[in-house]
Design a protein around this ligand. Sequence first.
Ligand code: SAM
Length: 360
Amino acid sequence: MIGIYQILFLDKVPNYSVVDESVKLAKIYGNKGSIGFTNAILRNISNSKEKIIQSAFYTEEIENVAEKFSILYSHPIEYVQSLLKEYDEIFVKSLLMANNEKPPFTIRVNTNLIDRESLKKDLENQGYIVDKTKMSEYGLSIENPSGIIDTKNFKQGQFYVQDEASILAVELSDYKAEDILDLCSAPGGKSINAKLLNPNATIVSCDISDKKVSLVGENFIRLNLRTNGIIKNDATIYNKNLENKFDLVIVDAPCSGLGLIRRKPEIKWNRSLENIKGLSKIQSDILKNAARYVKIKGMIIYSTCTITSEENEDVILEFLKENPNFEVLKTMDRETLKLYPNVQGTDGFAITRLVKINEN
Ligand SMILES: C[S@@+](CC[C@H](N)C(=O)[O-])C[C@H]1O[C@@H](n2cnc3c(N)ncnc32)[C@H](O)[C@@H]1O
Protein backbone atom coordinates (compact mmCIF):
# COMPACT_ATOMS: atom_id res chain seq x y z
CA MET A 1 0.00 0.00 0.00
CA ILE A 2 2.84 2.37 0.85
CA GLY A 3 4.46 1.58 -2.52
CA ILE A 4 1.21 2.20 -4.40
CA TYR A 5 0.77 5.52 -2.59
CA GLN A 6 4.34 6.54 -3.42
CA ILE A 7 3.91 5.72 -7.12
CA LEU A 8 0.56 7.45 -7.49
CA PHE A 9 0.93 10.49 -5.27
CA LEU A 10 4.58 11.25 -4.45
CA ASP A 11 7.29 12.51 -6.83
CA LYS A 12 10.60 12.39 -4.99
CA VAL A 13 11.36 8.67 -5.22
CA PRO A 14 11.57 7.22 -8.75
CA ASN A 15 9.14 4.38 -9.46
CA TYR A 16 11.86 1.75 -9.97
CA SER A 17 13.20 2.50 -6.46
CA VAL A 18 9.72 2.22 -4.97
CA VAL A 19 9.33 -1.23 -6.57
CA ASP A 20 12.80 -2.26 -5.44
CA GLU A 21 12.34 -1.13 -1.82
CA SER A 22 8.86 -2.66 -1.57
CA VAL A 23 10.16 -5.99 -2.85
CA LYS A 24 12.90 -5.85 -0.19
CA LEU A 25 10.22 -5.32 2.47
CA ALA A 26 8.20 -8.23 1.05
CA LYS A 27 11.33 -10.42 1.32
CA ILE A 28 11.66 -9.55 5.00
CA TYR A 29 8.00 -9.59 6.05
CA GLY A 30 6.18 -11.65 3.43
CA ASN A 31 6.44 -15.15 2.00
CA LYS A 32 7.82 -16.35 -1.34
CA GLY A 33 4.56 -15.61 -3.13
CA SER A 34 4.29 -12.07 -1.80
CA ILE A 35 7.66 -11.11 -3.35
CA GLY A 36 6.51 -11.82 -6.91
CA PHE A 37 3.06 -10.43 -6.12
CA THR A 38 4.45 -7.11 -4.84
CA ASN A 39 6.78 -6.83 -7.81
CA ALA A 40 4.03 -7.55 -10.36
CA ILE A 41 1.45 -5.22 -8.79
CA LEU A 42 3.81 -2.28 -8.41
CA ARG A 43 5.29 -2.65 -11.91
CA ASN A 44 1.80 -2.75 -13.39
CA ILE A 45 0.70 0.29 -11.42
CA SER A 46 3.85 2.13 -12.34
CA ASN A 47 3.28 1.37 -16.06
CA SER A 48 -0.39 2.43 -15.93
CA LYS A 49 -0.07 5.36 -13.52
CA GLU A 50 -1.65 7.99 -15.79
CA LYS A 51 -4.57 5.75 -16.74
CA ILE A 52 -5.26 4.88 -13.09
CA ILE A 53 -5.20 8.50 -11.97
CA GLN A 54 -7.48 9.52 -14.85
CA SER A 55 -10.00 6.81 -14.11
CA ALA A 56 -9.98 7.38 -10.35
CA PHE A 57 -10.50 11.13 -10.46
CA TYR A 58 -12.84 11.59 -13.38
CA THR A 59 -15.47 8.99 -12.63
CA GLU A 60 -18.22 11.63 -12.34
CA GLU A 61 -17.83 12.16 -16.08
CA ILE A 62 -18.60 8.50 -16.76
CA GLU A 63 -22.28 8.15 -17.60
CA ASN A 64 -22.47 4.39 -17.72
CA VAL A 65 -23.32 3.30 -14.15
CA ALA A 66 -21.78 -0.16 -14.45
CA GLU A 67 -18.51 1.27 -15.75
CA LYS A 68 -18.45 3.93 -13.06
CA PHE A 69 -19.15 1.48 -10.21
CA SER A 70 -16.66 -0.97 -11.67
CA ILE A 71 -13.88 1.63 -11.45
CA LEU A 72 -14.93 3.28 -8.21
CA TYR A 73 -15.45 0.07 -6.24
CA SER A 74 -12.97 -2.16 -8.08
CA HIS A 75 -15.22 -4.95 -9.39
CA PRO A 76 -15.26 -6.48 -12.89
CA ILE A 77 -17.75 -4.67 -15.11
CA GLU A 78 -19.52 -7.92 -16.10
CA TYR A 79 -20.26 -8.64 -12.44
CA VAL A 80 -21.53 -5.11 -11.82
CA GLN A 81 -23.73 -5.38 -14.94
CA SER A 82 -25.18 -8.67 -13.77
CA LEU A 83 -25.95 -7.18 -10.33
CA LEU A 84 -27.61 -4.14 -11.92
CA LYS A 85 -29.96 -6.47 -13.80
CA GLU A 86 -31.25 -7.83 -10.47
CA TYR A 87 -30.85 -4.98 -7.99
CA ASP A 88 -31.25 -1.20 -8.06
CA GLU A 89 -28.29 1.20 -8.19
CA ILE A 90 -28.40 2.14 -4.52
CA PHE A 91 -28.31 -1.49 -3.47
CA VAL A 92 -25.53 -2.40 -5.90
CA LYS A 93 -23.42 0.51 -4.73
CA SER A 94 -23.78 -0.47 -1.08
CA LEU A 95 -23.06 -4.13 -1.86
CA LEU A 96 -19.90 -3.27 -3.80
CA MET A 97 -18.75 -0.99 -0.98
CA ALA A 98 -19.43 -3.70 1.60
CA ASN A 99 -17.43 -6.16 -0.52
CA ASN A 100 -14.40 -3.95 0.08
CA GLU A 101 -14.81 -4.03 3.87
CA LYS A 102 -13.21 -6.38 6.38
CA PRO A 103 -15.53 -9.36 7.05
CA PRO A 104 -16.61 -10.31 10.57
CA PHE A 105 -15.06 -13.34 12.24
CA THR A 106 -17.71 -15.71 13.54
CA ILE A 107 -17.79 -19.14 15.15
CA ARG A 108 -20.41 -21.84 15.62
CA VAL A 109 -20.47 -22.96 19.25
CA ASN A 110 -20.19 -26.71 19.76
CA THR A 111 -23.31 -26.85 21.89
CA ASN A 112 -22.63 -30.53 22.59
CA LEU A 113 -19.68 -29.41 24.71
CA ILE A 114 -20.47 -25.89 25.93
CA ASP A 115 -23.33 -23.37 25.77
CA ARG A 116 -22.98 -20.06 23.95
CA GLU A 117 -23.01 -17.90 27.09
CA SER A 118 -20.27 -19.92 28.83
CA LEU A 119 -18.01 -19.90 25.76
CA LYS A 120 -18.55 -16.16 25.35
CA LYS A 121 -17.53 -15.53 28.98
CA ASP A 122 -14.54 -17.85 28.76
CA LEU A 123 -13.22 -16.14 25.60
CA GLU A 124 -13.85 -12.71 27.13
CA ASN A 125 -11.80 -13.71 30.17
CA GLN A 126 -8.93 -14.38 27.74
CA GLY A 127 -9.17 -10.86 26.31
CA TYR A 128 -11.41 -11.51 23.30
CA ILE A 129 -14.15 -9.05 22.43
CA VAL A 130 -17.13 -11.28 21.81
CA ASP A 131 -20.73 -10.68 20.76
CA LYS A 132 -23.63 -13.01 20.12
CA THR A 133 -24.55 -13.28 16.44
CA LYS A 134 -27.80 -11.45 15.70
CA MET A 135 -29.61 -14.02 13.57
CA SER A 136 -28.14 -17.34 14.61
CA GLU A 137 -28.75 -18.70 18.10
CA TYR A 138 -25.48 -20.60 18.02
CA GLY A 139 -22.90 -18.13 16.77
CA LEU A 140 -20.45 -15.73 18.34
CA SER A 141 -18.62 -12.95 16.54
CA ILE A 142 -15.14 -12.05 17.68
CA GLU A 143 -13.76 -8.61 17.04
CA ASN A 144 -10.10 -9.44 17.74
CA PRO A 145 -9.72 -13.08 16.67
CA SER A 146 -5.93 -13.18 16.50
CA GLY A 147 -4.67 -16.32 18.24
CA ILE A 148 -8.15 -17.83 18.60
CA ILE A 149 -7.15 -21.19 17.13
CA ASP A 150 -4.41 -21.50 19.74
CA THR A 151 -6.91 -21.31 22.59
CA LYS A 152 -7.77 -24.39 24.65
CA ASN A 153 -11.36 -23.82 23.55
CA PHE A 154 -10.48 -24.39 19.89
CA LYS A 155 -8.22 -27.34 20.65
CA GLN A 156 -10.95 -28.96 22.74
CA GLY A 157 -13.39 -28.53 19.85
CA GLN A 158 -15.67 -26.04 21.58
CA PHE A 159 -16.25 -24.16 18.32
CA TYR A 160 -15.97 -24.25 14.57
CA VAL A 161 -15.05 -21.14 12.55
CA GLN A 162 -18.00 -20.39 10.28
CA ASP A 163 -19.73 -17.34 8.83
CA GLU A 164 -23.19 -16.65 10.27
CA ALA A 165 -24.86 -17.17 6.87
CA SER A 166 -23.35 -20.63 6.68
CA ILE A 167 -24.58 -21.44 10.19
CA LEU A 168 -28.06 -20.24 9.22
CA ALA A 169 -28.20 -22.42 6.11
CA VAL A 170 -28.80 -25.44 8.33
CA GLU A 171 -30.26 -23.71 11.39
CA LEU A 172 -33.10 -22.19 9.34
CA SER A 173 -33.99 -25.57 7.83
CA ASP A 174 -36.09 -26.01 10.96
CA TYR A 175 -36.22 -29.73 10.26
CA LYS A 176 -35.83 -32.53 12.78
CA ALA A 177 -33.90 -35.08 10.79
CA GLU A 178 -33.23 -38.76 11.41
CA ASP A 179 -30.90 -39.56 8.53
CA ILE A 180 -28.78 -36.81 7.02
CA LEU A 181 -26.72 -36.78 3.83
CA ASP A 182 -24.35 -33.91 3.03
CA LEU A 183 -23.30 -34.22 -0.60
CA CYS A 184 -20.67 -31.46 -0.78
CA SER A 185 -19.45 -31.40 2.77
CA ALA A 186 -15.79 -30.35 2.98
CA PRO A 187 -14.44 -28.97 5.21
CA GLY A 188 -17.52 -29.99 7.20
CA GLY A 189 -19.29 -26.85 8.40
CA LYS A 190 -22.84 -27.76 7.37
CA SER A 191 -22.44 -31.40 8.42
CA ILE A 192 -21.22 -30.33 11.84
CA ASN A 193 -24.09 -27.91 12.23
CA ALA A 194 -26.62 -30.52 11.10
CA LYS A 195 -25.25 -33.09 13.56
CA LEU A 196 -25.28 -30.56 16.41
CA LEU A 197 -28.90 -29.68 15.66
CA ASN A 198 -29.88 -33.35 15.28
CA PRO A 199 -27.68 -35.18 17.81
CA ASN A 200 -29.48 -38.51 17.43
CA ALA A 201 -29.54 -38.49 13.63
CA THR A 202 -27.22 -40.54 11.46
CA ILE A 203 -25.04 -38.47 9.15
CA VAL A 204 -23.10 -39.33 6.01
CA SER A 205 -20.83 -36.64 4.60
CA CYS A 206 -19.39 -36.79 1.09
CA ASP A 207 -17.02 -34.81 -1.06
CA ILE A 208 -15.20 -35.28 -4.32
CA SER A 209 -11.63 -36.05 -3.25
CA ASP A 210 -9.77 -37.97 -0.55
CA LYS A 211 -8.10 -34.78 0.58
CA LYS A 212 -11.42 -32.99 1.02
CA VAL A 213 -12.98 -35.95 2.78
CA SER A 214 -10.11 -36.15 5.25
CA LEU A 215 -10.68 -32.51 6.22
CA VAL A 216 -14.24 -33.36 7.21
CA GLY A 217 -12.94 -36.29 9.27
CA GLU A 218 -10.42 -34.08 11.09
CA ASN A 219 -13.11 -31.57 11.99
CA PHE A 220 -15.52 -34.23 13.24
CA ILE A 221 -12.76 -35.64 15.43
CA ARG A 222 -11.79 -32.22 16.81
CA LEU A 223 -15.42 -31.43 17.63
CA ASN A 224 -15.88 -34.86 19.16
CA LEU A 225 -18.86 -35.69 16.93
CA ARG A 226 -19.95 -39.11 15.72
CA THR A 227 -20.36 -39.77 12.02
CA ASN A 228 -21.89 -42.66 10.11
CA GLY A 229 -19.60 -42.27 7.15
CA ILE A 230 -17.37 -39.74 5.44
CA ILE A 231 -17.02 -40.88 1.88
CA LYS A 232 -15.45 -39.86 -1.40
CA ASN A 233 -18.31 -39.45 -3.85
CA ASP A 234 -18.77 -37.40 -7.01
CA ALA A 235 -22.21 -35.91 -6.41
CA THR A 236 -22.79 -35.31 -10.13
CA ILE A 237 -22.83 -39.10 -10.67
CA TYR A 238 -25.83 -41.09 -9.46
CA ASN A 239 -24.97 -43.41 -6.55
CA LYS A 240 -27.49 -46.20 -6.09
CA ASN A 241 -26.27 -46.90 -2.53
CA LEU A 242 -27.68 -43.58 -1.37
CA GLU A 243 -31.10 -43.99 -2.97
CA ASN A 244 -34.12 -43.09 -0.83
CA LYS A 245 -32.24 -43.36 2.47
CA PHE A 246 -32.24 -39.82 3.88
CA ASP A 247 -34.80 -37.37 5.17
CA LEU A 248 -32.45 -34.38 5.01
CA VAL A 249 -30.06 -33.92 2.09
CA ILE A 250 -27.72 -30.92 2.12
CA VAL A 251 -26.50 -29.60 -1.21
CA ASP A 252 -24.09 -26.80 -0.32
CA ALA A 253 -23.10 -26.66 -3.93
CA PRO A 254 -19.75 -25.82 -5.50
CA CYS A 255 -20.35 -22.29 -6.74
CA SER A 256 -18.64 -19.13 -7.98
CA GLY A 257 -18.21 -17.95 -4.36
CA LEU A 258 -19.01 -14.38 -5.36
CA GLY A 259 -20.61 -13.83 -1.97
CA LEU A 260 -17.18 -14.24 -0.38
CA ILE A 261 -15.45 -11.32 -2.08
CA ARG A 262 -14.63 -9.71 1.28
CA ARG A 263 -12.70 -12.82 2.32
CA LYS A 264 -11.20 -13.74 -1.04
CA PRO A 265 -11.02 -10.59 -3.19
CA GLU A 266 -9.26 -12.46 -6.00
CA ILE A 267 -12.50 -14.38 -6.64
CA LYS A 268 -14.05 -11.42 -8.41
CA TRP A 269 -11.27 -11.35 -11.00
CA ASN A 270 -11.16 -15.13 -11.51
CA ARG A 271 -14.80 -15.78 -12.39
CA SER A 272 -16.28 -15.42 -15.85
CA LEU A 273 -19.83 -15.84 -17.10
CA GLU A 274 -18.61 -19.02 -18.80
CA ASN A 275 -17.39 -20.37 -15.42
CA ILE A 276 -20.78 -19.64 -13.94
CA LYS A 277 -22.63 -21.48 -16.72
CA GLY A 278 -20.42 -24.52 -16.09
CA LEU A 279 -21.15 -24.31 -12.37
CA SER A 280 -24.93 -24.11 -12.88
CA LYS A 281 -24.75 -27.34 -14.86
CA ILE A 282 -22.86 -29.05 -12.00
CA GLN A 283 -25.34 -27.63 -9.46
CA SER A 284 -28.29 -28.95 -11.49
CA ASP A 285 -26.72 -32.38 -11.84
CA ILE A 286 -26.09 -32.62 -8.09
CA LEU A 287 -29.60 -31.47 -7.24
CA LYS A 288 -31.10 -33.99 -9.67
CA ASN A 289 -29.30 -36.82 -7.86
CA ALA A 290 -30.18 -35.40 -4.43
CA ALA A 291 -33.85 -35.70 -5.43
CA ARG A 292 -33.47 -39.48 -5.59
CA TYR A 293 -31.60 -39.79 -2.29
CA VAL A 294 -34.27 -37.99 -0.24
CA LYS A 295 -37.32 -39.82 1.15
CA ILE A 296 -40.91 -38.64 0.74
CA LYS A 297 -41.62 -35.69 3.10
CA GLY A 298 -37.88 -35.23 3.36
CA MET A 299 -36.05 -31.97 2.67
CA ILE A 300 -33.22 -30.82 0.44
CA ILE A 301 -31.36 -27.71 1.56
CA TYR A 302 -29.82 -26.09 -1.50
CA SER A 303 -27.34 -23.34 -0.66
CA THR A 304 -24.60 -21.36 -2.36
CA CYS A 305 -22.27 -18.59 -1.27
CA THR A 306 -23.29 -16.40 -4.17
CA ILE A 307 -26.30 -14.19 -4.66
CA THR A 308 -27.01 -13.98 -8.38
CA SER A 309 -29.91 -15.91 -9.88
CA GLU A 310 -27.86 -18.03 -12.32
CA GLU A 311 -26.64 -20.26 -9.49
CA ASN A 312 -29.76 -20.02 -7.34
CA GLU A 313 -33.28 -19.27 -8.61
CA ASP A 314 -32.52 -20.43 -12.17
CA VAL A 315 -31.15 -23.76 -10.93
CA ILE A 316 -34.18 -24.22 -8.67
CA LEU A 317 -36.65 -23.34 -11.45
CA GLU A 318 -35.10 -25.88 -13.75
CA PHE A 319 -35.12 -28.46 -10.95
CA LEU A 320 -38.81 -27.88 -10.22
CA LYS A 321 -39.70 -28.22 -13.89
CA GLU A 322 -38.07 -31.63 -13.99
CA ASN A 323 -39.17 -32.64 -10.50
CA PRO A 324 -42.80 -31.55 -10.00
CA ASN A 325 -42.95 -33.85 -6.96
CA PHE A 326 -40.96 -31.24 -5.03
CA GLU A 327 -42.05 -27.89 -3.74
CA VAL A 328 -40.24 -24.93 -2.25
CA LEU A 329 -40.76 -24.29 1.44
CA LYS A 330 -40.27 -20.58 2.09
CA THR A 331 -37.45 -19.57 4.43
CA MET A 332 -38.20 -16.36 6.34
CA ASP A 333 -40.92 -15.62 3.78
CA ARG A 334 -38.60 -16.06 0.80
CA GLU A 335 -38.56 -18.87 -1.73
CA THR A 336 -34.82 -18.32 -1.89
CA LEU A 337 -33.54 -16.48 1.15
CA LYS A 338 -30.59 -14.26 0.32
CA LEU A 339 -28.21 -12.79 2.85
CA TYR A 340 -25.89 -9.92 1.99
CA PRO A 341 -22.72 -8.30 3.38
CA ASN A 342 -24.38 -4.86 3.09
CA VAL A 343 -27.66 -5.89 4.75
CA GLN A 344 -27.13 -8.61 7.36
CA GLY A 345 -23.34 -8.22 7.45
CA THR A 346 -22.88 -11.91 6.58
CA ASP A 347 -21.21 -13.43 3.55
CA GLY A 348 -23.35 -13.21 0.43
CA PHE A 349 -25.41 -16.38 0.61
CA ALA A 350 -28.56 -18.03 -0.73
CA ILE A 351 -30.69 -20.74 0.84
CA THR A 352 -33.60 -22.66 -0.69
CA ARG A 353 -35.54 -25.45 1.01
CA LEU A 354 -37.15 -28.10 -1.19
CA VAL A 355 -39.59 -30.70 0.13
CA LYS A 356 -40.40 -34.00 -1.61
CA ILE A 357 -44.17 -34.26 -1.75
CA ASN A 358 -44.45 -37.64 -3.41
CA GLU A 359 -42.35 -40.13 -5.34
CA ASN A 360 -43.06 -38.86 -8.86
C1 SAM B 1 -19.22 -24.66 -0.80
S1 SAM B 1 -18.11 -25.94 -0.58
C2 SAM B 1 -18.83 -26.86 0.71
C3 SAM B 1 -18.63 -26.28 2.07
C4 SAM B 1 -19.15 -27.19 3.16
N1 SAM B 1 -20.51 -27.60 2.93
C5 SAM B 1 -19.07 -26.56 4.53
O1 SAM B 1 -20.05 -26.01 5.00
O2 SAM B 1 -17.98 -26.61 5.11
C6 SAM B 1 -18.43 -26.95 -1.94
C7 SAM B 1 -17.78 -28.30 -1.87
O3 SAM B 1 -18.20 -29.04 -3.01
C8 SAM B 1 -17.19 -29.94 -3.32
N2 SAM B 1 -17.44 -30.45 -4.68
C9 SAM B 1 -17.14 -29.89 -5.87
N3 SAM B 1 -17.56 -30.67 -6.87
C10 SAM B 1 -18.12 -31.76 -6.29
C11 SAM B 1 -18.71 -32.95 -6.80
N4 SAM B 1 -18.82 -33.15 -8.12
N5 SAM B 1 -19.14 -33.86 -5.92
C12 SAM B 1 -19.03 -33.66 -4.58
N6 SAM B 1 -18.50 -32.56 -4.04
C13 SAM B 1 -18.04 -31.63 -4.89
C14 SAM B 1 -15.93 -29.13 -3.16
O4 SAM B 1 -14.83 -29.98 -3.00
C15 SAM B 1 -16.26 -28.30 -1.92
O5 SAM B 1 -15.74 -28.91 -0.79
